[in-house]
Design a protein around this ligand. Sequence first.
Ligand SMILES: [Zn+2]
Length: 115
Amino acid sequence: MSGSEELERYRRRLRARLAELRALVASNSDDLRPVELDPGRQGRLSRADALERQAIAREGEHRRQREIARIESALARMEEGEFGHCAVCGEAIASARLDLDPATPVCVGCAARQG
Ligand SMILES: [Zn+2]
């Protein structure tokens, strides 16, 4: 496989994941609204339960937003021809590592040093 075909494969994977994340973000927006209890509709669900559920939804939302930012920056590095090179030391990132996580910005050595 040539380098550009490989790059195209990572680009497709990143774009597919980005679309998936954006769809999840859109579908979860209901859970992120301020908690308003409607006793008729929510029955015995307590306010604490509703707040707990909202906290979980919000945490998931933060995680998705971080992943979206990470993927967008990987796609930007692709545009700049820097994709596949470590953002810290500039060495090539092993393709096994990119296969596992195409959005990773650093090589395995720098990732280990960062903790
Ligand atoms: Zn590195």
